[in-house]
Design a protein around this ligand. Structure first.
Ligand code: SF4
Ligand code: SF4
Length: 364
């Protein structure tokens, strides 16, 4: 396993971390033990950075991690989060932190994130007097939190503004071979500010392996899988500290660790060359994060936008209908129920024009 230094903290963290958002329901339904074995196996393979959050996997992720941490004899780092929807005040944040500590079976949380900041307005909501940031700061003074961090889906310039505020030691952001060119400004600014950079969604919500042909230019040899090449591409960037794939099996773990071992340093010139091969419309792909899944009209927005990716990748609208039917068992006609209320666009981490795409799908 390759280890990197986490910003100014000096911690040596594994180049590949464990994303705790993809445990399988059939494996945790009867208790956390089976999934905890996977976490323990990750530690055995050299992974020492574990990311979780309240709510992940039917709110079982922290419990699964904690079940594994009880059996580890130190030597690991844990990251968890608090969102604007988890707490409004510093006191509520404190209660949230105590709950996480108890579930994780640790005395202190290494990296505590203000969760999913989508723009500067939300950042300011975290920072308001007596709010979440104040609660985290107080817990830090008491030794319950080691480092204040942020997870974000904001644009490159907004990320730059946040890291230059000087209050966070680590930032977690969605980055992959699809969108790296458009988020480089934020990554570079974080690295320059001595902030550890953790990358989530490294395979673009599965879009990269599903369209392997489109991304085959990432491979260094024809027998390498595009998924492994996409991970190597991130691990090899000196500005990126931890790459965080969601893990649900031992096979995935082994493949991720192999990518960490084989990743070669990626130079600026190589990144410029790769950026030149990405069409700008790739940044308008849905990354299947599901933050928009609250449509009052009952439309499965993430599934519809995932299907719309087919148009961006193939240039044709017909495959959108096929993916809706064959993969999601959904009828395109449901898009006609869209009232253009705008709620999903407000929540979308990629700032996608969902209403316009819904009307295109409805026309099918
Ligand atoms: S704009 Fe349409 S798809 Fe989006 S939340 Fe409103 S009704 Fe649902
Ligand atoms: S439409 Fe936006 S918020 Fe919804 S799943 Fe896709 S990227 Fe995420």
């Amino acid at each position: 396993m390759t280890y990197k230094t986490f910003g100014k903290t000096g911690y040596k963290v594994s180049a590949v971390g464990f994303g705790g958002m993809r445990f399988k329901a059939e494996e945790y339904r009867d208790g956390p033990e089976k999934c905890a074995e996977l976490v323990l196996y990750a530690k055995e393979l050299g992974i020492n950075y574990f990311d979780t959050a309240p709510g992940y996997c039917d709110d079982m992720s922290e419990i699964i991690m904690g079940t594994a941490f009880r059996q580890m004899k130190g030597g690991f780092f844990v990251s968890t989060k608090c969102g604007l929807w988890n707490a409004k005040t510093a006191d509520e944040t404190r209660a949230r932190i105590e709950k996480s500590l108890k579930r994780l079976h640790v005395d202190a949380i290494d990296f505590y994130n203000m969760w999913s900041i989508k723009n500067m307005e939300e950042y300011r909501a975290y920072m308001k007097k007596g709010g979440i940031f104040d609660g985290i700061l107080k817990a830090k003074e008491e030794g319950l939190i080691r480092h204040v961090c942020a997870s974000t889906h904001a644009s490159g310039p907004d990320i730059e503004e946040i890291v230059n505020d000087g209050i966070i030691d680590g930032v977690t952001l969605g980055l992959n071979a699809i969108n790296f060119a458009f988020r480089r400004q934020g990554v570079k600014a974080a690295h320059a500010a001595g902030v550890g950079v953790v990358v989530m969604n490294p395979l673009g919500g599965g879009v990269i392996p599903r369209h392997a042909g489109r991304f085959s230019f990432l491979r260094k040899s024809p027998d390498e899988s595009v998924a492994k090449a996409a991970l190597e591409f991130l691990i090899g960037q000196p500005e990126i500290t931890v790459t965080l794939p969601g893990i649900s099996s031992r096979g995935e773990l082994e493949e991720n660790v192999a990518a960490a071992d084989s990743a070669a340093a990626v130079s600026e010139a190589e990144m410029d060359a790769l950026a030149g091969r990405l069409r700008e419309d790739l940044d308008s792909l849905c990354t299947c994060c599901a933050y928009c899944d609250e449509c009052p009209a009952g439309i499965k927005v993430p599934q519809f936008m995932d299907s719309y990716n087919e148009k961006i990748l193939t240039g044709e609208i017909k495959p959108v209908k096929s993916r809706l039917i064959n993969h999601w068992s959904l009828a395109a006609s449901a898009a006609k129920d869209c009232t253009a209320c705008g709620q999903c666009e407000k929540l979308c981490t990629q700032k996608l024009p969902i209403i316009k795409r819904m009307s295109e799908i409805a026309a099918l």
